[in-house]
Design a protein around this ligand. Structure first.
Ligand SMILES: Nc1ncnc2c1ncn2[C@@H]1O[C@H](COP(=O)(O)OP(=O)(O)O)[C@@H](O)[C@H]1O
Ligand SMILES: [Mg+2]
Length: 221
């Protein structure tokens, strides 16, 4: 199996000598759903941000689809990220002045996706949100809004999805629906996922789990 993402000896030290990551090695293989768990402050978000290229590590290597994203230039990184990587946050960041169809279509158009509107409709069908096309985000439940946020990520047909506590604001039933969607994305679209969560009940969905503690991988399960 191919490794789609891996790190070597990753360190992140913030000003004030805050060691958020202290020599982290993780890997994600194609088609895996990998969990990232650990107490608040253990470095989960920092790790995901570095993997997404949103921040630079203090030291170490990050390979995304075989390329060292620390070494490549900004332009190449932006291209690689835009084409292959999606990031889903705990808070959905949908555009409240636009309906669901527009929320997805706009993202596609900005990224130069062809037939963005048709594609947006397809994805909203896939997410079983067709009856909500013309609704604004605030008219939906939290779980539905998170599905739209995932749908927005899917507009760019990513190979890898990184999610930072995507069910952190949802009740357990809605959280399960999000993870069932993740399983479906893996089966049907071949996505690989790395998902941070601290919800014990959702751990059954993971193939493997990394447990972080004080910026280190304490355990691989
Ligand atoms: N931008 C930042 N500047 C300074 N310290 C930060 C910054 N982001 C995170 N940290 C610190 O890094 C550590 C890890 O934080 P974080 O990655 O957010 O953990 P988690 O997501 O597991 O709760 C914490 O001590 C946090 O205070
Ligand atoms: Mg966090």
């Amino acid at each position: 199996m191919n490794r789609v993402l891996y790190t070597r000896n990753l360190w992140k030290v913030y000003p004030g000598d805050v060691k958020a990551l202290r020599g982290v090695d993780v890997e994600v293989f194609e088609g895996e759903i990998v969990g990232l768990v650990g107490p608040s402050g253990s470095g989960k978000s920092t790790l995901l941000h570095l993997l997404a290229g949103l921040e630079k590590p203090t030291e170490g290597e990050i390979y995304l689809l075989g390329k060292d994203i620390v070494l490549i230039g900004e332009d190449e990184l932006a291209k690689l990220r835009r084409r292959h990587l999606a990031f889903v946050f705990q808070f959905y960041y949908l555009l409240e002045d636009f309906n669901l169809l527009e929320n997805l279509t706009l993202i596609g158009e900005l990224a130069g996706v062809e037939r963005a509107k048709e594609k947006a409709i397809e994805i909203l069908e896939y997410l079983r949100l067709t009856h909500r096309l013309k609704h604004r985000p605030s008219q939906l439940s939290g779980g539905e809004q998170q599905r739209v946020a995932i749908g927005r990520a899917l507009m760019l047909e990513p190979k890898i999805l990184l999610a930072d506590e995507p069910t952190g604001n949802l009740d357990l039933a809605e959280g399960r629906r999000i993870f069932e969607l993740f399983l479906r994305l893996r089966e049907e679209k071949g996505l690989s996922l790395l998902v941070a969560t601290h919800n014990e009940e959702l751990k059954v969905y993971f193939d493997r789990i990394y447990r972080l503690k004080e910026g280190k991988v304490e355990d691989r399960i």
